[in-house]
Design a protein around this ligand. Structure first.
Ligand code: CAA
Ligand code: NAD
Length: 292
């Protein structure tokens, strides 16, 4: 394994999880955020998750402390210059991602591989904005990263065999199960999962049943670990909306179109669990469905 220093850009829901598992797996991890406030929030998220793993007896206190020693936190792009791999997990917007990759392309060494954790953008659209399309790959992790074993490894027609092989080896070194995905919007899983979540919202719009009953239906009737509305809140309503717009723009198929209700909930800044409200109110011990 010739990757030792890993940069993670964006330390929200996904970036914090990716950074955590990379440090636990022995990699040196440099985490970059937009500003000190978000950096501090990301740092706390990682710390809380590591502490929780110790309480749950999944990690020893010594291993937690050793993992913590492998972290450094920064708001500067230059701190990622000598990373072997940089994984981007920022907001789901092509413009923002390409601005970041353009900057990193100037700063990072020739040998640095770039990876994006995008849910719905194509890797090609980001790789094309850099001078290293052969060293650019998709590494699509699943939420919550410390628990979900899957990583979609996405290669474009420009990704080199070496880059793809190293990305697969990295995913395995994290204890994940990598699958190969083509570079189409939604890769493998989101092509199926995103229309399912959007359909649940459309059912709600039509008055088929309540949020709670649809969730109970899919959890109890089909054995899903959580129903579609809990899942929407869990993924982030803002992120789901952006994913839906990107996939609809790509395919022009109705099943990817954002339902009006999704737009209204985003307008109210009810972004789901991370903001305290979405389809549910998350302020108490258990999520409580909000009136829709
Ligand atoms: N970090 C670390 N561990 C966590 C965790 C987190 N954030 N959340 C839960 N866990 C662990 C718990 O410690 C627990 O472990 P043990 O059983 O060993 O004690 C285990 O996961 C189960 O957790 P809970 O008992 O608290 O709760 P649960 O049984 O409801 O499971 C869940 C929680 C794992 C999230 C489960 O509900 C689940 O699998 N939900 C579906 C998640 C899913 O579909 N993810 C994909 C989202 S889509 C995506 O990621 C792609 C995209 O591009 C949008
Ligand atoms: P999030 O909103 O929780 O976190 C995004 C973070 O990126 C924020 O903390 C923000 O401050 C930071 N950020 C924004 N621009 C930045 C920049 N230029 N430099 C550094 N940091 C910046 O979002 P998330 O849910 O973690 O999603 C991140 C990416 O992962 C998106 O592309 C999303 O589609 C993808 N993804 C999300 C999920 C999910 O379930 N939420 C699953 C798989 C993939």
């Amino acid at each position: 394994m010739d990757i030792s220093r890993v940069g993670v850009v964006g330390c929200g829901l996904m970036g914090s999880g990716i950074a955590e598992i990379a440090a636990k797996s022995g990699f040196q991890v440099r985490v970059r955020e937009l500003n000190e406030e978000f950096l501090e929030a990301g740092r706390n998220r990682i710390k809380k998750s590591l502490d929780r793993a110790v309480v749950k007896e999944k990690l020893s206190a010594e291993d937690r402390d050793a993992a913590w020693e492998r972290f450094s936190f920064t708001t500067e792009g230059a701190a990622l210059a000598d990373c072997d791999l940089v994984i981007e997990a920022i907001v789901e917007e092509l413009e923002a991602k390409n601005e970041l990759f353009g900057e990193l392309d100037e700063l990072c060494g020739e040998g640095t591989i770039f990876a994006s954790n995008t849910s719905s953008l194509t890797i090609t659209d980001m790789a094309a904005a850099t001078m290293r399309a052969d060293r650019f790959v998709g590494l699509h992790f699943f939420n919550p990263v410390p628990v979900m074993k899957l990583v979609e490894v996405v290669r474009t027609i420009a990704t080199s065999d070496e880059t793809s092989d190293r990305a697969f080896a990295f995913a395995k070194a994290l204890g994940k199960t990598p699958i190969a995905a083509k570079d189409n919007s939604g890769f493998v899983v989101n092509l199926l999962l995103v229309p399912y979540m959007l359909d649940a919202i459309r059912h709600l719009e039509r008055g088929v049943a309540t949020v709670e009953d649809i969730d109970t239906g899919m959890a109890v009737g089909c054995g899903h670990p959580m129903g579609p509305f809990l899942l929407c809140d869990f993924v982030g309503i803002d992120t789901l909306y952006k994913i839906s717009e990107i996939m609809y723009d790509e395919y022009r198929e109705e099943r990817y179109a954002p339902p009006p209700l999704l737009k209204r909930i985003v307008a109210l800044k009810r972004y789901g669990r991370k903001s305290g409200q979405g389809f549910y109110d998350w302020s108490g011990e258990k999520p409580v469905p909000l009136p829709i």
